[in-house]
Write a protein that binds this ligand. Structure first.
Ligand code: SAH
Length: 379
């Protein structure tokens, strides 16, 4: 687990899953149940000030103030879309920033968070890939995104008409922002545990979704570690095309990837894997390709989520026209494969899938004048 310290030796408690917090609290000479109390304050009530945690003993609070802190990433900018979607640019450090998006709907509120500053996987249709890779986010930075968004959103949250009683602003968390979560396995797994822990954010396991481009060995490891919903970026029915769009396919081809997915479901008693499929005009959107997908997925616990491509400056791809997307979906449905079309949200603020660019200076190839999308470039 990665734990972040403020540099003055204080531990950022957002970096601990429950077991780690219990150990930390034990180190201060307190009983494990104090960790649960602390978590209720931090995650249940969004409290960061130890002095406000009134049911903790006074000297324990003083010890915490000396040795610990609750520190979320700092907000650089907030943008609101006409459709209610919000996007935050968050500071990762002096020159780096990541993005986080909130998508409110009738019966749920989905927070899309980042797991890395940039991404190293180089998928040809993704704008994050163009930024290059800078570093992994720490557990505290991953958990801190949800903690921060919950605080920001709950301030003025009015449950929508379709909400269930007691519904909070964030009902779902998806790791579909910047980065490849399974390439940051060590820091992502404890964060997933905080999301689902009853004393953490207490979100149902089916409502926390990790999306991966297909790191096969890490899918097997994940199956041993944690139970969340799995989404996989498939994007093509054949290895030749997939290797072009998602280069990691050269190392872990489709057949191996699908085996890993079924294994994950077996281990975790999962219902199905969601396969994301970005609709690229004339590239992967032909009816014959839908039939190839049927061949791959028919009779399997799989759902296809068709994502209309979200363009960004400089891309060579175009979004498939709506009739082509509908035809593709109908072909899948006719073949007995469940398929839905993802509604594009927040595209007026460049908050849609694959448009999150943040502010990344790639460590290896520093690109001055790098295109930054939807965000002001600040020195
Ligand atoms: N690295 C992870 C999660 C981040 S992306 C993954 O690859 O799954 C979340 C989803 O958005 C992925 O399915 C990704 O392929 C898709 N995506 C990326 N760029 C896109 C774009 N320009 N338009 C639409 N979807 C895109």
């Amino acid at each position: 687990m990665s734990v972040e310290s403020a540099g003055d030796g204080r531990m950022n408690l957002l970096g601990f899953e429950r077991a780690g917090l219990e150990a930390f609290v034990a180190g201060l000479g307190s009983k494990p149940f104090r960790a649960r109390q602390l978590m209720q304050w931090i995650y249940g009530r969004g409290e960061s000030r130890f002095e406000a945690m009134t049911d903790l003993a006074k000297d324990f609070r003083a010890q915490l103030a000396q040795h610990a802190e609750v520190r979320a990433p700092e907000i650089v900018t907030t943008q609101r879309s006409a459709d209610g979607t919000r996007k935050w640019l968050l500071r990762a450090d002096a020159t780096q920033a990541i993005e986080m998006v909130y998508i409110p709907e009738e019966s749920r509120g989905t927070l899309c968070i980042s797991s890395q500053v940039g991404c190293a996987l180089d998928c040809s249709f993704c704008s994050t890939a163009q930024q290059g890779f800078n570093r992994n986010l720490t557990t505290a930075e991953i958990v801190g995104q949800v903690w921060l968004a919950a605080r920001e959103l709950e301030r003025d949250f009015v449950p929508p008409p379709g909400a269930s009683p007691g519904q909070r602003a964030i009902t779902n968390v998806v790791l579909m922002g910047m980065g490849e979560p399974l390439a940051n396995f060590r820091n992502v797994v404890p964060a997933l545990r905080v999301f689902t822990d009853d004393f953490g954010f207490d979100i149902s396991r089916r409502r926390v979704t990790l999306s991966t481009s297909g790191l096969v060995p890490q899918i097997y490891r994940l199956a041993e570690e944690v139970n969340v919903a799995l989404a996989v970026s498939l994007h093509a029915p054949t290895d030749a095309l997939r290797s072009e769009l998602v280069p990691i396919n050269r190392r872990h081809p489709i057949a191996e990837l699908l085996e890993a997915c079924w294994h994950y479901l077996d281990e975790q008693n999962g219902r199905s894997v969601t396969f994301e499929y970005v609709m690229l005009d004339g590239v992967n959107d032909q009816p014959a390709q839908a039939r190839e997908l049927v061949h791959l997925l028919k009779g399997r616990p799989a759902k296809l989520n068709l994502i209309p491509f979200n363009p960004f400056p400089g891309t060579r791809y175009r979004r498939s026209p709506l009739p082509a997307i509908l035809r593709f979906r109908d072909e899948l449905l006719a073949g007995g494969v469940l398929a839905t079309i993802r509604r594009t949200r927040g595209d007026d603020i460049d908050a849609a899938c694959g448009q999150l660019a943040g502010r990344v200076s790639d460590r290896t190839t520093v690109r001055l004048g790098n295109r930054l999308i939807g965000v002001a470039v600040q020195p």
